[in-house]
Design a protein around this ligand. Structure first.
Ligand code: SAJ
Length: 454
């Protein structure tokens, strides 16, 4: 090990190293807190002064981060924050946890990574360890990040050290948190890896070393593409079951009794969130750059994107059994967050369902206790909406309910008792009821007879 690397290793192992985290969101703030808990004086860097002010005030704005920890670590001088990148001059290590969204063209938007790295490069100094955590395509670290840093005249693995380690934060997970989820780490050079592993090893229980940054980048994309493709598979199965008069929910529940070689995924109204709908397209974009046509990713994306259309067809079919048209009917979308029991609207399929219903002339309302308002810019209907206040008979005031996100807090029995028709895209209502039309399952018995003309 070089003298420079050895001296940084000693500073890390003695906890005298000063750590930095760029991007204080649901990934960066928990990481900064874990590093501070491990004993490092940790400084968060974020462009959003409100986040910086919150940490200065000892407050947490991330549900998974205990405010008491922020206050205690702030008072101990172990945690602070700034909007000013010049602090990098005083740092020994820095983790980059910034967003990696998709552009409208489904190409990777690298602007956040490039901006963060350019800001760090302005203050790059020998013996700095830089670790990228943002989910991105294989090759980002050595093709994009490394050249931006070396442009300043310093050499990776000699003067500064560079690694990649995918974030594996699952917001709201009651069991798995930053400190107890195994951390995959890949370095540009063996010394880069050794230093990154030492930093994480001080705060995280298990380190999984891999041979390169590309492998580490690909690991995360496999993890999330695995989900997107399997959700696409079970969504296609739901479409088949609908045609074949089979209950897909019953099929999956029975299949999951297999104690090996199977993992249950469930059909739904589409794919939401800032990871699963996006990460696979980072991989497919890079694969195409390498002359490879990634068919699974594209097909799964197509099927998952078609689910909101299928949901709206189910609503039209349900209204049809009541001799009602979609046009002019009052439809209540129940649950709009991208998955249950959270408040995150990003890429939520509920926004697509609402836009399609609105375009067909339905009077669209929604109810979601976690999402009090939806702004005009966030959905195709392009008007501000507020979550409906639930009264004793609210569900009966609509021609059709469509359950898009099955928050636990909803009173499903009241929906069945009051509503004339319900489209259930999450198998939230069990057992089946005569006014419930389930995604991927035969319609209610009496309607089956009526439609069969018996
Ligand atoms: N979904 C289905 N059917 C399923 C599972 C999910 O339709 O069987 C839908 C959800 O409703 C949601 C979308 O897919 O709209 C994504 O759901 P998700 O359960 O994958 O949750 P995310 O997006 O929060 O994914 C995160 C990821 N974490 C990281 O990237 C670090 C993912 O790797 C985790 O596996 C996932 O959380 C998790 O397991 O909760």
């Amino acid at each position: 090990m070089s003298v420079l690397a050895a001296s940084l290793l000693e500073k890390i192992e003695s906890r005298r190293a000063r750590a930095g985290v760029v991007g204080l969101g649901y990934v960066g703030l928990p990481l900064a807190v874990e590093l501070a808990k491990a004993g490092f004086h940790t400084t968060g860097i974020d462009l959003d002064a409100r986040k910086v002010d919150a940490i200065a005030a000892g407050r947490s704005y991330i549900p998974d981060v205990d405010p008491a920890d922020v206050l205690r670590l702030r008072d101990a001088g172990k945690l602070d924050a700034t909007t000013d990148f010049s602090i990098v001059k005083e740092l020994d290590t820095i983790n980059i946890c910034v967003p990696t969204p998709l552009r409208k063209t489904k190409d990777p938007d690298m602007s956040y990574i490039v901006s963060a790295v350019e800001s760090i490069a302005e203050h790059l100094h020998p013996r700095l360890l830089i670790i990228l955590e943002s989910t991105t395509y294989p090759g980002t670290t050595d093709e994009v990040v490394q050249p931006l840093l070396e442009a300043k005249g310093l050499k990776v693995g000699v003067d500064f050290f560079l690694a990649f380690s995918p974030e594996r934060v699952d917001p709201g997970n009651p069991t798995f948190h930053t400190h107890n989820v195994p951390k995959v780490v890949g370095g540009v050079t063996p010394e880069c890896f050794r230093l990154a592993a030492a930093l994480y090893g001080s705060a995280i229980q298990t380190i999984v070393g891999v041979s390169s940054t590309r492998v580490a980048e690909m690991v995360k994309l496999l993890e999330n593409t695995f989900r997107a493709v399997n959700i696409g598979l079970v969504n296609e199965l739901a479409l088949m079951c609908d045609r074949m008069q089979i209950d897909v929910w019953e099929v999956v529940d029975a299949a999951r009794t297999k104690p090996f070689g199977f993992m249950a995924f469930y059909p739904g109204p589409g794919l939401g969130g800032h990871c699963i709908p996006i990460d696979p397209f980072y991989l497919s974009w890079k694969a195409k750059q390498s002359g490879f046509d990634p068919r699974f990713i594209e097909l799964a994306g197509h099927i998952n994107a078609s689910m909101p259309h299928y949901v709206v067809e189910k609503v039209a079919d349900a209204l049809n059994t009541r001799r009602k048209s979609l046009n002019g009917s009052r439809v209540l979308v129940v649950g709009v967050a991208y998955k249950r029991d959270i408040d995150d609207l990003r890429e939520s399929p509920a926004l697509d369902v609402m836009g399609l219903l609105d375009a067909k002339g339905a009077e669209v309302s929604y109810v979601d206790p976690y999402v009090h308002a939806i702004s005009a810019r966030d959905w195709p209907g392009a008007r501000d909406l507020r979550s409906v206040e639930l009264g004793p008979q609210t569900f009966g005031q609509f021609d059709c309910l469509v359950i898009v996100t099955d928050h636990k807090v909803f009173d499903y029995a009241a929906m069945v008792a009051q509503a004339d028709a319900i489209v259930d895209t999450r198998n939230a209502i069990r057992p089946n009821a005569p006014n419930v039309f389930k995604l991927g399952a035969p319609g209610p018995p009496k309607d089956r007879e009526r439609l069969a003309g018996v």
